[in-house]
Design a protein around this ligand. Structure first.
Ligand SMILES: [Zn+2]
Ligand SMILES: [Zn+2]
Length: 261
């Protein structure tokens, strides 16, 4: 009798273990998802395009909005079509002062003021006042620092104007996200590697600010695995990246979603 119970409980334990393994396997969500919500390049024809840049970074913990495009109506309309609730965003990072990255901020804050806005330290008082008047708070960025779990800012780098970029320390390698890359896209990638003391760059995404064509070769030398140039990169440079990177070139534009697993 006792022996039977022993066997039975053994089977139950084994079955239980198997079930928990199955649950674990199912839970394999992406580590990071990047979603373009504003760009002059289009991927999803249902969404609106306009000159500017905004990307949502979704981590297992939170949603971060990086830049806001130039127009909040377009930004909010695209987010709605992508089923992203503005109030689910708790952090906003603004790369630099140009209107095609900052212009959508006030309208966004009118919809959701329960956010912390990470702005370059060099921003004028008028922008800081606008953030406060809309009921949000801001953090001024000059030096590199952590923004969220595994997400860092490069700190202000000089362009002109001064600009911050984001670095995600993913399991696949570093992911660098730039607004306009006024300090120079190659300079930013090099800085990201130095700051994180890591050599593997998995992906560089965003506006590359029409760099010289030689930057494609420099990216290869820097060991950049994948590229997703958009916004102000320029068609010629974008095509050159496409030719060189082939399946590792990601056509980024409004509506595009990239999962990093
Ligand atoms: Zn700019
Ligand atoms: Zn721009």
């Amino acid at each position: 009798m006792n022996f039977k119970i022993l066997i039975l409980s053994g089977i139950l334990i084994l079955t239980g273990t198997r079930i928990s393994f199955a649950v674990q396997a199912k839970k394999e969500n992406p580590e990071i998802t990047l979603i373009s919500v504003y760009d002059n390049y289009q991927v999803d024809p249902e969404l609106k395009t306009a000159w500017g840049f905004a990307t949502i970074i979704k981590t297992p913990q939170e949603l971060i909005l990086f830049d806001t495009g130039g127009n909040s109506e377009i930004l909010l309309s695209n987010m709605e079509k992508l089923d992203i609730d503005p109030s689910s965003i708790k952090k906003v990072v603004i790369s630099h002062i140009h209107g095609d990255h900052l212009g959508g901020l006030e309208g966004f804050l009118e919809r959701n003021s329960n956010v912390t806005v990470f702005i370059p330290n060099s921003f004028p008082q008028s922008i800081k006042n606008m953030i406060i008047q809309n009921g949000a708070e801001f953090v001024e960025i000059s030096a590199p620092r952590k923004i969220s779990d595994s997400i860092y800012t490069t700190g202000e780098l000089y362009g002109p104007p001064k600009e911050q970029s984001l670095i995600i320390d993913s399991k696949k390698g570093l992911v660098v996200i730039t607004g306009c890359a006024h300090p120079g896209i190659v300079t930013i990638v090099k800085r990201a590697k130095e700051l994180m003391k890591k050599d593997k760059v998995y992906l560089v995404l965003g506006g590359f600010h029409h760099p010289p064509l030689s930057c494609v070769k420099e990216f290869k030398e820097l060991g950049v695995e994948k590229v997703a140039p958009s916004h102000c990169t320029g068609d010629l440079v974008r095509e050159a990246f496409g030719k060189e990177y082939k399946e590792n070139f990601i056509e980024y534009g409004v509506g595009k979603m990239i999962e990093i697993k």
